[in-house]
Every structure is written in C-alpha cells, then in structure tokens.
Write a protein that binds this ligand. Structure first.
Ligand code: SF4
Length: 397
C-alpha cells in the first residue's frame, strides 16, 4: 500500500513531534499488565479482538508486517505514548479499542458503526487569514456566500449526545476558530467526561483567562495551538491578522493557570505548525516553545486554500479519511472532510428527524454507514475517485 508520489498521507501528516519524556518503559509495563488481565475482563468478543491485536502490536513491534498479516501494526508514536501515559488504568481498554480503530481501520478500509473521530465546528468563522487556509478563499469566507455561521448550543448538544459512548475522539474545530463562539465555555462544559481524546484546535489569539479555565475544567485531552513560527515577521506573514506577541502571552498564561490551579491536569498542550516554507525550523520552534507547552510539532502542508482550483490529478489510492473521520459543520451539515470546505460531498444533516433505515442507530451513525457515504467509499476502493469532486483534485490518501 505505497501511495504514489505527490500524495498527502493523512496517516503520516506529522513531519516531526518533539516532547520531553516519552515515558516509554512505564507505558510498556502498563500495557503488559493489561494484556495479562484481558482474558479475565468482561468485554464483547469484538472488543477483545481489537484490544488483543492492539496489545500484540504494541508489545511485540515488528517494523515490517508479515506477508500473511492483512493489517499494518499499531505503533507507539510519541503522541500515543504521551496520551497513554496520562490515562488511568481504568480508561486504558477504551483507549486501545479506539486507537486501533482510529489508526488501523482507515489503512485497511474497515468500517465500524460510528466514525473513529468526529470533528465538530462551533463556528466556521475565523479571525485569521492564514496563507495556507481556505479562509483566504473569498467564495467561502465572504459573509454573503452563506458558509459562515455559529452553531447553536441546542444543535451542539444533540451532536455530542449522539457521539458520546460511540466514539472517543472528538475534535472541536474544523473550518473556523472555535474560541470565537460566544458560548464556547458552555460547549466545553457539555463535553466534559464524555470522550478520551477530546481535542481543541485554536490559534490562541482569543485564549483569555476564562476560556483557559473552561478548557482545563472540561478536561480537554489535547489542546493544539496552531502556531507556525517563533518570531516575527514570519509568524504574521503566515498567520495573517495574527500577532505573535499576543499569542505568546496567551499560551504562557494558559500554562501558568494550568500549573497553579490544575496541578493534576492531564491536558496535553501542543504547538503545531504547518510546514509551509523552508525558513520554518523545528529546532528554533522547540527552543522557543518548549518551556510553555508539552509538545512542538510540524505537520505537512496540503493545499487546503484552493482545493477547487487544483488540477485534476491521477491519484487512484483510496482516501483513508473516509474510514477515519466525519465532520459536522456549524449548521449541522455533515461532510466527509474539510478539504471539501464548501461541502460538495455533503452527506446530510446531523440534527432533525432520522433518515430511513435501522431505527436503533442514531443519525450520525446512519450517515456514516449510509448509501451516499458508501457510494463514495466504493468509488475510491475501485480506484474511481476521479468521479467525485473535489476528490479528483485532492491528493489525500
Ligand atoms: S476531497 Fe475526497 S479525497 Fe480529498 S480528503 Fe475529502 S474525501 Fe478525501
């Protein structure tokens, strides 16, 4: 499964991630103890199958999967290690069950009843115009185009109620800046204790004291500060409308609040940048940010800013995101990805009446396994992704 050159491998989008202590030996001991106890624990056969395979992969890593194995092995990446090290033993089984399906199912195109990860945008509006972002496309971000708005608290609660208990990874953010939402603190409070991989992506420009407390009280597992530079003018050239000085002050304040008021917090903080041009350097980023966050990373650039103007390409490898994530926009529109930021591929609405089908499944589950999504997956699996727009112009695999 080697995608052709010129593709964006979503599974490996981190270029590098730096953190201080990976806790590897302690995590391995806990995994061994869990594996030994697993036969005595009350899980369904399906859960046992997944957890057993996850333990086998993590405890006996082999860089090259045996030819007889259908699935690549689950690997203990730096961020996975850090996440496990902050989990209680009670939550470890849930985490392994989620993580295997999040990482491996998209690589083997295996489907479950619910997406391994759900991304929910409190708002599609952003106060920045980053050079690599679809917010620079005025046909999207101009208010008169109809793509801008804020999610109602009622719809947010409906979406969270459907996701809770069905998936562990919930990301608050997609096309807009979540901290712009006037009710973000209530939204955060509503998600508390419902997910093991609750993530918030923010540019940190609006991260004041109240919001810092709301994030930490909600037990957000990972806060990603989207920052691509350690100095001006590079920062504001990339993060247009942003000011590094303000962002630095806000992130430092967040760290001080975490240390002073939440010493038991398990929240991971990460400064994560898009590697867009040659003069961005991770060593410099690490030197500058390491005292204030737990992790510093770069992810690969993908031309998010103009998906629909990209040339039609010859990529035939299926897009793994179709088995990994589903997105809910501010107005309830459900979409397979945010590369398609103008919702050409929309699947339906997250709220309202249930579509026809199995009444025991909730609406998000029905859309995830429904005909429209299956038709798109089938096109990708039969190497016909060119029949769908904008998949025909997208290089994500
Ligand atoms: S546009 Fe198509 S190929 Fe690209 S990320 Fe979205 S679903 Fe995948």
């Amino acid at each position: 499964m080697n995608p052709a050159a010129g593709t964006y491998r979503k599974h490996n989008s981190f270029i590098d991630i730096r953190q201080s202590d990976p806790h590897r030996s302690a995590v391995m001991l806990r995994l061994q103890a869990f594996r030994d106890r697993l036969p005595t624990l009350a899980f369904s056969p399906y859960q046992v199958e997944i957890m057993t395979q996850a333990c086998r992969d993590l405890l006996q890593p082999s860089p090259v999967p045996a030819a007889s194995e259908l699935a690549p092995p689950l690997q203990l990446h730096a961020n996975t290690l850090e996440e496990i090290s902050r989990l209680s033993d009670r939550d470890l089984p849930r985490y392994l069950f989620y993580r295997y399906r999040y990482e491996i199912f998209p690589q083997i195109y295996r489907l479950d009843d619910f997406p391994p990860c759900l991304q929910v945008e409190p708002t599609s509006i952003c106060n920045y115009r980053c050079v690599f972002c679809y917010q620079t496309d005025a046909t999207f971000s101009h208010p008169q185009q109809g793509h801008m708005g804020m999610m109602s608290l009622d719809l947010f609660r409906q979406v969270i109620d459907q996701a809770a208990g069905n998936c562990e990874a919930l990301t608050l953010a997609s096309r807009g800046e979540p901290l712009l939402h006037p009710e973000i603190e209530l939204m955060l409070a509503y998600t508390a204790d419902k997910f093991l991989a609750l993530k918030l992506n923010t540019n940190a420009s609006l991260l004041d004291e109240r919001k810092a407390h709301a994030i930490l009280q909600a037990g957000v597992n990972t806060v990603v500060f989207s920052v691509d530079a350690a100095a001006e003018p590079l920062y504001s050239q990339l993060r247009v409308h942003g000011k590094l000085e303000r962002v630095v002050a806000n992130i430092r304040q967040f760290q001080e609040i975490r240390t002073r008021h939440y010493p038991e917090s398990t929240t991971i903080t990460r400064v994560s940048g898009v590697k867009f041009q040659a003069d961005q350097d991770l060593d410099t980023m690490e030197d500058f940010w390491a005292d204030w966050v737990d992790q510093v990373a770069f992810v690969s650039y993908n031309p998010w800013e103009n998906t629909y103007q990209q040339p039609v390409n010859q990529v035939t490898t299926p897009c793994s995101d179709l088995w990994r994530r589903m997105f809910v926009w501010f107005d309830g529109t459900v979409n397979p990805c945010d590369v398609d930021y103008k919702s050409t591929l929309r699947l339906g609405k997250a709220g309202g009446d249930l579509p026809q089908g199995n009444p025991s499944m909730n609406r998000l589950s029905q859309l995830w396994t429904g005909e429209d999504y299956q038709r798109l997956r089938t096109a990708h699996l039969s190497h016909q992704r060119q029949v769908a727009a904008p998949c025909n112009r997208c290089s994500v695999v």
